[in-house]
Design a protein around this ligand. Structure first.
Ligand code: UDP
Ligand code: MG
Length: 327
């Protein structure tokens, strides 16, 4: 059992924020209201992901007002996946919840997540029923992405699920051992295994400000997901090569037969161009696919640390440091 059967436990909230000065106060107000009602020692680990606005000032103000607030201040913007990891590295709770600070993930769902953790689940993820304030194009591309990644990789990544979830201590301990540079967190959450459970909720539109994920980023995100969880695209080249080779044998046989039977009429310039362009395109495509993997290999092989900190300010909550702190 990962969850204590009864009694007090420590709860960590990990909330990455990048230029969220408009939403942070409202987020904390709603989160604090939820935490007040939970019989646990709580800490809220805010991760400032190199914001260029007043986000860090607001975090400091919140920490002065609320003893549960801890701050992990990254040395620059590292992206949400790494910001989350930095938060998880510093979270000390028996149960850890990862949540967005833009209020798209309702903090009011937290008691339900804890409920399922108490039932013995290590990873309790919030699954959205409706996506509000998101375009039809984003919805269809997201659906397509999940369908593809489900097909090509062995890891089951739940659909309509963001990063909003609860992790048990042992799940976080497992997760923080994965130090790869290319962190597709949704995949890593599933990869670690352990009993997992979904809780349904309505996803709200952003409270204020703009989402930082445009389509280019989304495309790169999809690429990251696929390349870090499967080498299927590399294998595709082999099979396409086999099929093309087979066809070329057939075509060669046909040409030999036609030349012998009917002599050699005007050589086929158009068909020649088609074949050259087709094969040239195919080769470039697969060199590109190999490049995607090679580039990632290059990044991983440098074995750089994932992030650097400006500062880490732990929560002042009494009791928070007596918990399962190891890191
Ligand atoms: N975020 C971050 N670093 C980044 C981009 C985003 O920490 O480089 C945080 C952001 O502050 C928010 C969460 O990640 O709390 C989700 O970001 P966003 O709303 O832009 O993404 P979306 O909801 O569109 O997936
Ligand atoms: Mg958002």
């Amino acid at each position: 059992m990962s969850a204590p059967d009864s009694g007090a436990f420590t709860l960590s909230i990990v909330a990455p924020a990048f230029n969220e000065m408009e939403t942070l106060r409202e987020f904390h107000r709603r989160l604090a209201a939820v935490l007040d009602a939970i019989p646990a020692v709580c800490e809220v680990v805010y991760v400032n992901d190199g914001s260029s606005d007043a986000t860090i000032a607001i975090m400091n103000a919140l920490r002065a007002e609320d003893s549960r607030v801890a701050i992990v201040d990254l040395s620059r913007n590292f992206g949400k996946e790494i910001a989350m990891t930095a938060g998880l590295d510093h979270a000390r709770g028996d149960a850890i919840i990862v949540i967005d600070t833009d209020l798209q993930d309702p903090p009011e769902l937290i008691p339900q997540l804890i409920e399922e953790w108490r039932n013995g689940y290590d990873v309790v993820y919030a699954k959205r029923t409706v996506r509000e304030g998101e375009s039809a194009l984003k919805k269809t591309t997201a659906a397509l992405f999940y369908r593809i990644i489900q097909r090509v990789s062995r890891v089951r990544i739940p659909e309509d699920t963001g990063d909003f979830r609860l992790l048990s201590r042992r799940a976080v301990d497992a997760l923080v051992q994965l130090r790869e540079q290319h962190r597709f967190m949704k995949g890593l959450f599933s990869w670690i295994g352990f009993p997992q459970k979904a809780v349904l909720y309505r996803r709200d539109p952003r409270f204020a400000g703009a989402g930082k994920f445009n389509y280019w980023r989304l495309w790169n995100f999809a690429l990251e997901g696929i390349t870090s969880f499967t080498i299927t695209p590399l294998k595709v080249a082999t099979y396409v090569g086999v099929v093309v080779a087979l066809f070329s044998f057939l075509a060669a046989a046909l040409i030999v037969y036609k030349t012998l039977a009917f002599g050699d009429p005007v050589p086929g310039y158009p068909s020649l161009m088609v074949v050259i362009l087709f094969l040239g395109g195919l080769q470039l495509l697969f060199i590109g696919v190999m490049g995607e993997y090679l580039g990632r290999l290059f990044n991983e092989s440098k074995r750089r640390p994932l992030y650097f900190l400006n500062a880490y300010e732990p929560a002042k909550t009494p009791g928070a440091d007596q918990s399962a702190a190891k890191r």
